[in-house]
Design a protein around this ligand. Sequence first.
Ligand code: Z5A
Length: 229
Amino acid sequence: STLPGKKRAPFIVIEGLDRSGKTTQTSKLHSRLTENGIDATLVKFPDRTTAIGKMIDSYLRSTSELDDHAIHLLFSANRWELATTIEKLLLAGTAVVCDRYAFSGIAFSASKVDSTGAPLLPFEWCRDPDVGLPAPDLVLFFDITPEKARERGGYGEERYEKEEMQLRVRNFFRRIGEEMDGEAQSAGGTRWISIDAGREREEVEHDVWGLVEPLVTRGVDGPVGKLWT
Ligand code: Z5A
């Protein structure tokens, strides 16, 4: 660890809509931290490399069908698979930079509707399996309008990449963010910051670094929080 005293490293999550640049910016952030001599590990959810991740991958590419409850629980289980590893890294002084987390899990599942437009899975039910996961110290929510996202080559071929779905997801992300802001302590101490991700790469990168650099340099006191407990 490069951190002073008994401090641990921070857990930083980048969340957001499709095509908002999460993957671009998490990998940029990871290399920048490393270049600056700061220990950091990059994590991405879904982690499609594990046994559970492979089931998620074939579901997303529509090569398999799964009950909506079952796929939701697999996404959550895919995070629990890495929970202990993440906690150990943080305590050992390695910052964790994560591309999507439990907030995507809720926002996407809660946005699923039946043919009449009625929700398929209640919001609270979607949140429950992720309660108690390692809580991020900082969530950067990458906000982008559907129009801007479309300019970036539009949505791809995967299951949830449809515009009406993305609009519902955006609203759920906002609701989650508002709730996190209001109850930062009960949510495990997470800070939620919205970033305008519709700008140039360099501008977004500048803002991300400005928020992350002080946190990684200072380190964090106390144990890793537990999400929504
Ligand atoms: N999902 C779920 O349902 N439940 C869960 O618990 C979790 C996820 C964790 C796959 O996720 C799906 O799983 C996703 C949510 C659901 N569903 N959908 N739809 P994923 O993370 O594997 O998704 P992805 O397809 O790999 O990433 P993405 O969201 O589509 O993209 P991104 O990471 O945000 O963006 P990017 O790859 O960095 O950039 C997109 C393009 O824009 C690319 O060509 C870049 O070069 C370009 N770009 C990036 N930044 C800029 C700027 N600033 N200006 C212009 N162009 C830019």
